[in-house]
Design a protein around this ligand. Sequence first.
Ligand SMILES: [Zn+2]
Length: 278
Amino acid sequence: MKKPVLLMLATMVAVAGNVVLAQEVKREITRVTFDTYRFQNQYHMNIFVITGDGVVVTDPINAEAAAWLKKEIASITDEPIKYLIYSHSHGDHASGGTGYGDVPNVIMQQNAPEDIDLVEATERFSEQMTFSLGSKTFELTYLGPGHGNDLIAVVVRPDEVGFVVDAVSSKRLFYRDFPGANVDQWIAQVKKVESLDFDILVGGHGPVGVKRDVAQGLAYLEELRAAVLAGLKAGKSVDDLKREIKMEKYQDWEAYDSWRALNVQGMARHLTEIGAVQ
Ligand SMILES: [Zn+2]
């Protein structure tokens, strides 16, 4: 079922043509390993895996994206889509699962809502779940509360790919002001990702990276926390801190210009809320 690389490239060129002619949306499929692919829809990414006994897909992103991807997968392999794994239930990643059609196995974390945009789970798990299909094993791990309360990481073996959405990305600042989140819980989620064993990091956002990018993301958060806490304890205003805490080491990361000050603001809000500032 595996087509040679050249044929895959031809498909990608055709895909690019479609984008220009028919859509305003940037959609692109790239090959991460021999059987694991990344799908980009604008600023959102998912992975899908061709196992030899069916395809495993992840976050639909939205109905149009999922329907488009389903068609593209059919041009790469004859294998049917057998599993759909949701990273978490946030609408920007998890909407439109019906676009994949009727998928026999749908996996969500225990805390996910009864249905995610009309798609119901066939299996749920609380902490960890492992299943095999064809030549691949999928290790699903709950990351705990923080960014959402139903966020999981997916590790694909033997490809050693980790698919991690929103908790941490490769060389990319954290989302705006950590909306609605306890940032210390969020940090614990990143530590959980760090504890997993994989080589290649595919984020729900940002570029494809490697495992050590997780440690860098964690270092960023811890440095940010320490700097904001020190500033608040010294009696500085949040506006002062937004100006002063530059996090220069990270200025080449994605979203540095747009989200650095928001990251400072969100951290200050969190530290104030938990009473860390005397
Ligand atoms: Zn999210």
